[in-house]
Ligand binder design. Structure first.
Ligand SMILES: [Zn+2]
Length: 126
């Protein structure tokens, strides 16, 4: 492998089969074929052995970002579920209360009709 100089713009030229990584000792970046993934190669810059990652730094970074996003979304879903449960509970309680008031009003209307009828009979009103 060859150290990448700034002029060669390795990242832009690399294909999906290439792995872009930095030496763990001197941070010089290299582009190697994906076949070298996991191998320990001697750094062309500092001469020390450095391990080629199994995925490019960009993929590792993207995976980490995805994992963080997944964790965040799962957290938000959990929060959403607990709030939905809470609101559904309120709606159920109020629905039951509304139903009770409606029944009560119906009873009062029926009672009023009976009272009116009885009053009408006594007073002879039409
Ligand atoms: Zn190095």
């Amino acid at each position: 492998m060859q150290p990448s100089s700034g002029a060669s713009a390795p990242a832009a030229q690399s294909t999906s089969n290439d792995i872009v990584f930095a030496c763990s000792h001197c941070a010089t970046s290299f582009v190697v074929d994906a076949a070298a993934a996991g191998l320990a190669l001697e750094c062309q810059s500092c001469g020390k052995p450095t391990r080629v990652p199994t995925q490019s730094a960009a993929v590792i970074e993207a995976n980490a970002a995805n994992a963080a996003r997944v964790s965040d979304l799962q957290h938000q879903l959990k929060e959403n579920a607990s709030q939905r449960t809470e609101i559904t509970g309120y709606i159920n309680q109020l629905s039951i209360q509304l139903h009770r008031w409606q029944l009560r009003l119906k009873e009062l209307n029926e009672r009023k009709a009976k009272l009116d009828a009885e009053l009408g009979t006594i007073t002879g009103a039409k």
